[in-house]
Design a protein. Structure first.
Lengths: 318, 318
C-alpha cells in the first residue's frame, strides 16, 4: 500500500467526531463556496434498480486537498437488516493527485455534515426565542438534526411527527435520554401550528407541511429533499416566506423544495439567497422575529470537503 | 471497518494480475456496452492547477457490482519523483450499495485495461501478417501496449519513436529483455513507412503521424488521446482509413482522434463502428489485408468494471 494512504474506518471516525468543532469549519466551506472560491462540478449520479448513488466532488482553491464523496441510498435494505445509506469519502492532494486518505464512513459523515448544516441554518435564521422545536421524520437524520441543534438552540421542548406510532415512541424514548422533552403526533399540521423552529428530514415525494398552518415568526429547515422529485413543503410555503435561503442556488434550481416551488411558479430564482452569503454577511439572515424564513438544504460538496479534512487532520494527530 | 469491505493494495494487485485472463473479460465488457447492456453515465471531471481527474463509473445489468474508478494525471509529478498517474477503483454491490472492495491500484489497472484494449483491437483489426510493430511513445503505456500485444501478434520486430535519445534507449533496453527486437528512431515518419501495426501512446496535442506516410494494409491503434484537445493522428488519416473503430461512439464524438477528425470535417459519425459490435460480430473488422484500419480508444468504464471484478474475484480466492 502507498504508505501515504491512510485508511480510516467508521469506528475510528465515530471516536474522532466528538472532538471536532465542525460548525465553524462547515460555515467556512459554505462562505467560500458562495464567494466563488470552490470548484464543485455537477453531481454525478448512477441509478440502479434498488437504489441510487451520488458522487459529489470538488475543492476549495485555498485548501490542500480535493475530495470525492460517494453516497448511496438503497431503500429496500431495511428488509435485509442493512442501513439504507452507504458510501465513503476520498481525500487527494491538490498538487499531486496522491490519495491521502480513504474514509470508510458508510455515509455517516454525510449524515453528520447535513445535521451541522441544519444547525448553521438555525444559527442565522431561527427566531430569537424558540418555544418548541418541530421535527418531521423519525429516522437517522431526524435524530441528528435535533442533536446538533442543541449547540445553537436552548429550547428542549420538541414535537415530532412520523407515520407510525412505534417509530415515534422510539424517537421519543431516544431523544428524551438526550435531555429533550418530546411529544409525538400523527397529525403533521400540528407541527407548524405549535412550533416556531421546524426541521423536515424525510425522503417524501408529497408535502408534509402546508401554508395554511404557517405562523409568523417560523423558521423551517428542509433537508430531506435532494432530488428533482422529493418534496416536503407545500410550494406555497416558499411563496409566503420572507426569506428563502439555499445552500447552492445552482443546485437548488434543479433539486429540492426550491426546484418544486419554482416549477409551480410560486417563486422565482430572484428570491433566493445563499447560506454562505448570509454567513459572510453579504446577505441578511433573519432581521425581524415575525419573519418567516426557509432554509432549503440539498447538500453541497464543500460540506463533504470540510468534514473529510477535519476528520483526517484529527486522525493524523491521534 | 465493515468486514465485507476488502482493501486490495497495489502490491497484491500486481501479484494477482498474471493469473487473470483479461482479454475475454474485457471483450465481454465491450460487447455488453455496445449491445446496450451497460449503464455508463458521462465521465466526471475535476480540473486543477497541476492536473486533472476523471471519474468513470457504471455497471453491466447482468453483473453483481457497480464500479467507480478515479484516475488522475498530474504532469509535474516527475519533477517530484512521483508517477504522473494515480487513482483507485471501488466495487459496490448493485442490490444494496455496500462497498465490497477498495482497489488501491494507483492507476495501474487503468494502464493495464488500456493495454488489454489495444491487444483486443489488434486481434480484430491487425493485418494477418504483421512485419513490424511501430510504437509511438516511450512511457508506461507504450511499454504495456507492446507487452500485451505479445499474446495476439507473433511479430517481435519493433520500431519505437520518442522525443529523446535517452528514453528511447531505456525503452529499447527494457523491451529487448522481454524478447523483442527493438530499433529506435527520432523521425516519426519512419513509423508509418515501415510498420503495418502501429500503436500511439502519448499525451500529445499535435499529430505525430501523417497521412502522407500511410501505407495500405496498416492498422493504427491510438490510445493516447482521451480529451477534447489531445491528438496523435493527422485527421486525414481517419479520412483515408477504410474502417474507423471506436470504443464508444458517444464518447469519441467528444474526445480523442475521432473528435478531432469530425471537427476538421474529415469524417462524419456515420463512418464509426464500435469495437463491441466487431467483437460480437454485429459489425465487420478487417476483411482485406490491404485495408487501412484505425482503432480510437478513449477508455470506457466497462473496461474498469471488468478488470476490477476480475481482480476482486481472484483476491477472494487467494
Amino acid at each position: 500500500m502507498n504508505p501515504q494512504t491512510k485508511i480510516i474506518t467508521l469506528d475510528q471516525i465515530k471516536k474522532i467526531l466528538p472532538a471536532l468543532d465542525l460548525l465553524p469549519a462547515i460555515e467556512q466551506g459554505f462562505a467560500a463556496y458562495s464567494a466563488g472560491k470552490a470548484v464543485v462540478p455537477p453531481v454525478g449520479e448512477l441509478l440502479l434498480d434498488k437504489g441510487d448513488v451520488h458522487i459529489k466532488y470538488g475543492y476549495l482553491k485555498e485548501d490542500e486537498y480535493y475530495v470525492i464523496k460517494i453516497a448511496s441510498g438503497f431503500y429496500d435494505n431495511a428488509a435485509l437488516d442493512l442501513p439504507s445509506g452507504n458510501g465513503l469519502m476520498l481525500l487527494f492532494r491538490q498538487k499531486t493527485g496522491e490519495l491521502v486518505s480513504v474514509l470508510l464512513d458508510e455515509a455517516h459523515l454525510t449524515d453528520i455534515r447535513t445535521a451541522v448544516a441544519g444547525a448553521i441554518a438555525a444559527k442565522y435564521l431561527a427566531p430569537k426565542k424558540v418555544q418548541r422545536i418541530g421535527i418531521v421524520g423519525t429516522g437517522t437524520q431526524a435524530r441528528l438534526q435535533l442533536e446538533y441543534l442543541r449547540q445553537i438552540i436552548s429550547a428542549r421542548d420538541v414535537l415530532v411527527w412520523g407515520r407510525g406510532d412505534e417509530q415515534l415512541r422510539h424517537y421519543q424514548n431516544d431523544m428524551e435520554k438526550q435531555g429533550f422533552h418530546v411529544e409525538i403526533t400523527l397529525d403533521s399540521a400540528e407541527i407548524l401550528r405549535t412550533c416556531n423552529l421546524v426541521v423536515t428530514a424525510t425522503p417524501s415525494k408529497k408535502p408534509h407541511l402546508h401554508a395554511r398552518d404557517l405562523q409568523p415568526g417560523t423558521h423551517i429547515t428542509a433537508v430531506g429533499s435532494d432530488t428533482p422529485l422529493k418534496q416536503e413543503l407545500d410550494a406555497e410555503i416558499l411563496k409566503r416566506a420572507d426569506l428563502v435561503v439555499v445552500d447552492s442556488i445552482s443546485q437548488c434550481l434543479e433539486r429540492g423544495e426550491t426546484h418544486q416551488a419554482i416549477k409551480a411558479k410560486k417563486i422565482t430564482s430572484g428570491k433566493l439567497v445563499e447560506l454562505g452569503d448570509v454567513i459572510s454577511d453579504k446577505a441578511s439572515g433573519r432581521t425581524l422575529d415575525t419573519q418567516i424564513t426557509i432554509a432549503d438544504l440539498t447538500g453541497v460538496a464543500v460540506q463533504d470537503i470540510k468534514i473529510a479534512e477535519a476528520v483526517f487532520n484529527k486522525a493524523l494527530k491521534s
